[in-house]
Design a protein around this ligand. Structure first.
Ligand SMILES: Cc1cc2nc3c(=O)[nH]c(=O)nc-3n(C[C@H](O)[C@H](O)[C@H](O)COP(=O)(O)OP(=O)(O)OC[C@H]3O[C@@H](n4cnc5c(N)ncnc54)[C@H](O)[C@@H]3O)c2cc1C
Length: 449
């Protein structure tokens, strides 16, 4: 279908394909920028990006906002600021709630409709409670910036409560349970321990922070299951040395107001459960109209096309794209980024009358920080790094991946400051509805915001 004619050099009369991208996360944003670059070189494409947030979120550093190491604006960047210099790229703020495959339009929650020639669904994932009772109601997720701010508010308020009311020093107020020993759980546990030990110990001299408990529960027998056993062991030792109570082979069985029950039946009184144990596809997957795979992900073929829908692609966390062994690719940023580059190439190739070979993911390795100056990294060729070297590699990679020069400077500045001063300076409680002295008590609810 032709939506426009435009006369860029090289394709003066070629029909312009209107590509609508839903979601400006790692996949969507890479795709838009690639298409904009190709358009500058004459490719006959025009792009509209739709996102329900007006910003891109750098999710790998959410845990640092939750632990007061970074400011929210360090890891979020306005879409209009990133995209305004690209000609032929339009931004639409809003939530997509339906797709009309016959009319070739997406349906917006505000009642609007946006026509497309080609649709790319890059709407990511959402926290998945795995059907465990009480998790949806009581646990903190860590998926978007407001989640990180809510967790930061809550953690800081637990310490304020224990300072103000001595009866809350030994009742679970200062116990923090993290479910899931993947990179997010490990990084959060390590950094939370650092926040307590280096910063809150000095902020709250009236508290004995040695009584603070951080429990990390992982149902498998290893931390960092996507990594080698050796890296899992090293992460375990490093967390234990920081005083974290790591439970392997133990998951969360249920969460109630003021307590968490583990699968070994132990009941832990706590005001805080952080859920880092599961991700499923974003709800948009449910309205695509195809049978969904595990984790409600959208099945796609080798060209990342939604099965049976020639004009619709899905990429990133929302898509179930299979590797050579027939296993779904992991829900990781590099997968979304590589898929985005592939779809940009394919869309332009097809608009110009050719095609591309099926997508193949190239695994460039994995990394996770375990705390100050410490990380594990596994690179292609069985290269394994540990400690300061891995931490520097992690740091450089994350700075490189961050979107926008200002964000890179902001993050680097905060990291240098925190490193030199042993501080986590973003310790602001920013609850809209916080009243002076209004300290939710653990028995009221696990999740107070
Ligand atoms: C805490 C955390 C830590 C992580 N750490 C790492 C890491 O260290 N390394 C790594 O590789 N990966 C990491 N990941 C995973 C990585 O962030 C994801 O794999 C990646 O973000 C997926 O990219 P995406 O483009 O598919 O979706 P996302 O980046 O999630 O973007 C989806 C976008 O779609 C928008 N959207 C959703 N639904 C709609 C709708 N209906 N209408 C309009 N817009 C919509 C959202 O607002 C969002 O902007 C982490 C994830 C989390 C949550």
């Amino acid at each position: 279908m032709t939506t426009h004619e435009h006369d860029t050099a090289g394709s003066a009369t070629a029909p312009t394909e209107h590509v609508v991208v839903v979601g400006a996360g790692f996949g969507g944003l890479t795709l838009i920028r690639e298409l904009a670059r190709k358009r500058r070189r004459g490719a006959p494409v025009e792009v509209t990006v739709i996102d329900r947030n007006n910003h891109h979120t750098f999710q790998p550093l959410l845990y640092q906002v939750a632990t007061a190491g970074l400011q929210p604006q360090d890891i979020g960047v306005s879409l209009r600021a990133i995209l305004r210099r690209h000609e032929g790229v339009h931004v639409r703020l809003g939530e997509v709630v339906g797709i009309d495959h016959d009319a070739l339009e997406v349906e917006m929650a505000d009642g609007g409709r946006v026509p497309y020639d080609r649709l790319v669904i890059a709407a990511g994932g959402q926290s998945e409670d795995l059907g465990i009772p009480g998790v949806a109601e009581h646990a903190f997720g860590l998926k978007w910036i407001p989640d990180a701010i809510a967790l930061r508010n809550h953690v800081l308020r637990r310490f304020e409560l224990a300072s103000a009311r001595p009866e809350h020093r030994h009742d679970g107020t200062l116990t923090f349970v993290i479910a899931g020993g993947g990179p997010t759980g490990v990084e959060l546990a390590g950094t939370l321990a650092e926040l307590v030990d280096l910063v809150l110990r000095r902020d709250h001299p009236e508290l004995d922070v040695d009584n603070v408990r951080i429990v990390l529960a992982e149902p498998m027998e290893q931390l960092l299951t996507g990594f080698s056993e050796a890296s899992g062991r090293e992460a375990l030792l490093a967390l234990q040395q920081r005083g974290i109570d790591v439970r392997l082979g133990v998951g969360v069985a249920r969460a109630d107001a003021g307590q968490v029950q583990l699968t070994d039946d132990e009941v832990i009184p706590t005001a805080t459960l952080v859920w880092a144990a599961g991700i499923s596809a974003a709800p948009l997957a449910d309205v695509v109209g195809v049978e969904l795979g595990r984790g409600r992900r959208i099945p796609v073929d080798g060209q990342l096309r939604v099965e049976g829908l020639a004009r619709v692609h899905a990429i990133g966390d929302i898509a179930a794209s299979l590797d050579r062994d027939g296993q779904p690719l992991p829900q990781l940023a590099p997968v979304a980024i590589q898929q985005a580059r592939y779809v940009a190439d394919l869309v332009v190739a097809e608009a110009e009358g050719s095609t591309r070979k099926p997508f193949r993911y190239r695994d460039k390795g994995s990394m996770a920080t375990i705390g100050r100056l410490d990380a594990v990294a596994e690179l292609p060729g069985r290269i394994r790094l540990r400690g300061v070297v891995a931490w520097i590699a992690w740091l450089v990679l994350h700075l490189f991946m961050l979107v926008g020069f200002k964000n890179r400077v902001g993050v680097l500045g905060n990291w240098v400051w925190n490193y030199v001063t042993y501080d986590h300076s973003a310790r602001l409680i920013l609850e809209q509805d916080a009243q002076a002295g209004d300290l939710a008590e653990p028995e009221d609810t696990l999740k107070s915001s």
